[in-house]
Ligand binder design. Structure first.
Ligand code: NG1
Ligand code: ZN
Length: 530
């Protein structure tokens, strides 16, 4: 790698007059501001790979549920997890370096700081969602990787969780904890094989999936080819990835969760199952309309978490495996009723700050850690010792043998690197089929407290500082007392304010015993911010 090569390549991607920050979901903003950022993220990925002794690092170009004009970029660490947070600051510094020389200087500064050896060949794989801006950003990335001699591999349009899967597979290939075949075919085959086993002699009718007109559409169509058609019919809708303006528009998990209503394109049949993915297919929510009043009912991340935790808990119980800890990790946005329900089942719950990396980390404390954000991003993690026990347990009865077989397949069905809408879709379908539950029966586990999520534009969101897993404000001084005073006026109420990590806004959440109360509380708390 020569100074000239880096500086020459960097020249093609001048930094706009803008300050960048590697946030909860990497860098995310209007796509036209991103070329220099993506180029520099490419350099960071190369360093990260060399720092990790040449292990493969992933770079995903996506802005998830954001509007079509946005895009974003984030790094994936060797085991398929999010970039270690201490490195986010290096990404931020590199993205903000004023000119090409400063980029090179900071790059070499990091090399020296971490004593990164030039003898190691860095390896990076990358992919993108289906946005119009993605190919140009991929090119910026490729130019950076080439400038510093990275051995790279392009995976084209992939879902975010697919890239996480591929990174982990590549870094574990040939070891005794190999995660799977490092190809997209390997991904579809791993999920579908487990699904088809779990659905043997079972049929679950049909589910209609709204793909937000994003990359989840083609991926789901591909996945479906691998599924036993007698077990499930997946009706794929909103899968137009050619009309760029349709991405996440009037569709998708974020639309359904935020508006708490059907996508306009969906005419729902009573008690039929519907699900919506987001733009990069790492989130999923379910919903249905009831038979009596055709009212819309949302089955969000909290409902998926409780469903998964109780199903896995039952399987463990029936398998004869003892002393097996199952915990559910949530954020402050989890509905109060869901937390109460889980605790009533005798399972521990933990609340972490927003952002998958926090949930993921907390879930590692259990043999089986189920984590979901209310918005539908989540997965289930099995610890290495839990996997060892599941795969070596000697059943003492046919019932135990069946439970063990199911558990083994569940661990294969779930994408344990990160929340994965396709894997979660299959997981929910399996559980509903095993329980013979219609969506209303699933929904009946507990009744959500009515809630409202609002956002407020403020002069400086950094003035808002939180504590207690973001459930309380320490700054601006006095604001929390005012919120508490309002909350005290409503039944079963809860409200909190926190700065968004992905948008320049402050979010207001409120829940209470009735819809009117929840709405009123949210409005009154929001009014405090003016
Ligand atoms: P912010 O903008 O920090 O609230 C949002 C979501 C998170 C998470 C991230 C990453 C809500 C309330 N917040 O974070 O749950 O998914 O985006 O995409 O849904
Ligand atoms: Zn997403």
């Amino acid at each position: 790698m020569s100074q000239e090569a880096v500086i020459a390549a960097s020249k093609a991607y001048p930094k706009p007059a803008q300050t960048f920050q590697y946030g909860t979901a990497g860098f995310r903003m209007k796509a036209d501001l991103l070329p220099s950022v993506v180029f520099r993220v490419g350099l960071l990925a190369a360093l990260r790979s060399r720092y990790k002794n040449g292990q493969v690092i992933g770079v995903m170009i996506t802005a998830s549920h954001n509007p079509p004009a946005d895009n974003g970029v984030k790094l994936i660490d060797p085991m398929g997890e999010m970039l270690e947070s201490s490195w986010e600051a290096y990404g931020t510094a590199l993205a903000n370096a004023e000119d090409d020389q400063a980029v090179y200087d900071y790059y070499t500064h990091l090399e020296q700081k971490f004593n990164i050896k030039s003898s190691v060949t860095p390896q990076v794989i990358y992919g993108s969602d289906t946005r119009e801006s993605s190919p140009a950003l991929v090119q910026a990335l490729k130019d950076a990787l080439d400038a510093v001699g990275v051995k790279s591999q392009a995976f084209g349009a992939v879902t975010t969780p697919q890239l996480h899967y591929l990174v982990r597979c590549l870094n574990t290939e040939g070891t005794d904890h190999a995660y799977g075949k490092p190809t997209l075919e390997g991904y579809y085959s791993k999920l579908s094989t487990a699904f088809n086993h779990l659905m043997t002699n079972r049929s679950n009718g049909s589910v209609t999936v709204d793909c937000a007109n994003g990359v989840g559409g083609p991926a789901l169509r591909e996945l479906q080819k691998h599924l036993n058609p007698d077990s499930i019919t997946i009706i794929v809708t909103n899968d137009d990835t050619e009309t760029f303006s349709k991405l996440n528009s009037q569709s998708g998990a974020d639309y359904v969760k935020t508006n708490q209503r059907l996508p306009p394109s969906v005419t729902a049949q009573p008690l039929a199952r519907y699900a919506s993915l987001d733009g990069d297919a790492d989130r999923i929510v379910y919903y249905y309309v009831d038979a009596k009043t055709s009212t819309f009912h949302l089955l969000d991340g909290d409902k998926i978490a409780t469903l998964a935790a109780s199903f896995i808990g039952d399987l463990v119980h029936h398998s004869g495996i003892t002393d097996f800890s199952i915990g559910v990790v949530q954020t402050a946005y989890a509905n109060g009723s869901s937390t109460a329900y889980i605790e009533k089942q005798g399972l521990p719950t933990v609340c972490t700050p927003t952002g998958v990396k926090h949930l993921h980390h907390a879930a590692l404390a259990y043999d089986c850690g189920v984590y979901f954000e209310a918005n539908g991003h989540g997965t289930v993690l099995f610890s290495p010792s839990a996997l060892q026990r599941i795969f070596t347990h000697e059943p003492e009865s046919p019932a135990q043998a069946t439970a063990i077989t199911h558990l083994k397949n569940i661990t294969e069905l779930i994408n344990q690197t990160v929340g994965d809408a396709l894997s979660d879709l299959l997981l929910v379908e399996v559980i509903l089929a095993h329980k013979a539950w219609t969506p209303d029966l699933w929904d009946a586990c507990y009744t959500d407290l009515p809630n409202r999520l609002e956002k407020a534009e403020v002069v400086d969101r950094n003035a808002f500082k939180t504590t207690d897993a973001e459930r309380k404000l320490t700054h601006p001084a006095g604001l929390q007392d005012q919120i508490d005073a309002l909350v005290g006026k409503y039944d079963q109420a809860r409200s909190f304010v926190r700065p968004s990590g992905t948008e320049n806004v402050v979010r207001v959440y409120a829940e209470a015993a009735t819809r009117t109360q929840a709405d009123e509380l949210a409005q009154k708390v929001k009014a405090l911010l003016r």
